[in-house]
Design a protein around this ligand. Structure first.
Ligand code: FMN
Ligand code: COI
Length: 387
């Protein structure tokens, strides 16, 4: 295909053709049977729109506020490790693209351009940068990232809580995937810096590097309360899929939760994120902001997530595919395609501003997942057996 891509699926198709297979597999893979990865996308198709006509849609605005700050669009970039697998300019290119689009960018701790260099590419253009954290066994490593993020101007910390261990991605396991030597985890290892307390697998196998550094004993108390005690930056918990954990995030003073299943790369068999969103929104009430990511490939997906109560909607793989296609301009194209599609959906649905988009615009599927509740003196398993 030589024509300019006109939708995210075009970018995916190009990336799947031009990326070396090991790197494509790392970007693409979900965990195990990849059910959750597939359903993140397909579940959007189960929601239908309820558009309204003859509303003045001559002026569309996607402006909104996130964490109290104005942003041009509710569409943001989810954190992804190692953008230099996609393009030599890596996260520097993504940063320029995000700032041109006015999209919030969440930077992965495992970035291949340092957090200081990433924000320097785009600051002053009116968008926000948030820093994603994995909490390390050696807390001084996490604390030093927090201090650097504060100094550099990041506006929030996004703690990823769905990865006490890396999900089992079969293609990566078969290949013992590791990045090529020129792709460095730039917040820790550069020719000038090697961070004490961070283990790097000598054979370069990524899942081993990850597993050795992360604290599997992490809890709301020793993780979230601890972080709150060392920083005044707002804390967003990424990887929440339930009302129960949303209530805990509120109790522990978080500013927001991101409904995410890590793009289906961690626990396979969870709800698709669009299906998990309503219970989180209900539990959040007006106490905490709710964001979501996972499987967003069209403007109407963003519209549906906003209608179900997300304050902002993030994408990961689409931006990586854009980077593969044309670096900064490709990532900008990916965000631009989604932004245009969102604006078109708003016009066609009769909702000229983000504040107009509410639940009245969507039909939810009638068939819903129902949780088994333990009965008095009985376990959920027994109830299931009786059915
Ligand atoms: C290649 C890749 C690397 C990722 N790295 C991180 C990461 O470093 N930290 C994190 O919190 N999430 C990471 N994620 C998960 C994304 O932030 C996001 O939750 C998910 O991919 C969203 O789904 P989407 O790719 O369908 O948009 C990664 C996802 C991909 C595809
Ligand atoms: C291994 C991580 C650093 C990146 C990640 O979260 C992912 O690959 O899904």
């Amino acid at each position: 295909m030589n024509a300019e891509p006109v939708c995210i699926k075009d970018l995916e198709e190009i990336a799947s053709r031009v990326m070396p297979s090991g790197m494509w597999d790392y970007y693409d893979s979900g965990a195990n049977g990849q059910q959750t990865k597939a359903e993140n996308e397909s579940a959007f198709g189960h929601y239908r729109l309820h558009p309204r006509m003859l509303r003045d849609v001559s002026a569309i605005s996607t402006e909104t506020t996130v964490l109290g700050q104005r942003v041009k669009t509710p569409l943001g970039v989810s954190p992804c490790a190692m953008h230099r697998l996609a393009h030599d300019d890596g996260e520097a290119a993504t940063s320029r693209a995000a700032s041109r689009s006015g999209s919030i960018m969440i930077l992965s701790t495992f970035s291949t351009v340092s957090l200081e260099d990433v924000i320097a590419q785009g600051s002053g253009r009116g968008t926000q940068y948030w820093m994603q954290l994995y909490v390390y066994r050696d807390r001084s490593v996490t604390e030093s990232i927090v201090r650097r993020a504060e100094r550099a101007g990041y506006k929030a910390l996004v703690v990823t809580v769905d990865a006490p261990v890396l999900g089992r991605r079969l293609a990566d396991a078969r290949r013992k995937f590791g990045p090529p030597p020129h792709v460095q985890l730039a917040n820790f290892f550069t020719p000038q810096r090697s961070t004490a307390g961070v283990y790097l697998d000598p054979d370069g196998e990524f899942s081993k590097t990850f597993g050795a550094n992360l604290d599997r004993a992490l809890t709301w108390t020793n993780g979230i309360d601890w972080l709150r005690s060392i920083t005044s930056l707002p804390i967003v918990v990424k990887g929440v899929l339930t009302a129960e954990d949303t209530r805990l995030a509120i109790e522990h003073g978080c500013a927001g939760v991101m409904v995410s299943n890590h793009g289906g790369r961690q626990l396979d068999g969870t709800l698709a994120t669009i299906d998990a969103l309503p219970q989180v929104v209900e539990a959040a009430g007006d106490q905490i902001e709710v964001y979501m990511d996972g499987g967003v490939r069209r403007g109407t997906d963003i519209f549906k997530a906003l209608a179900l109560g997300a304050r902002a909607v993030f994408v990961a793989r689409p931006v990586l595919w854009g980077l593969v296609y044309k670096g900064e301009d490709g990532a900008y194209l990916a965000l631009g395609l989604l932004q245009k599609e969102l604006e078109t959906a708003m016009m066609l649905a009769g909702a000229p501003s983000i504040a107009d988009i509410d639940e009245s615009y969507v039909y939810r599927p009638a068939r819903r997942w129902v949780r088994l509740e333990p009965a008095k003196g009985g376990s959920a398993r027994r109830i299931a057996a009786k059915l």
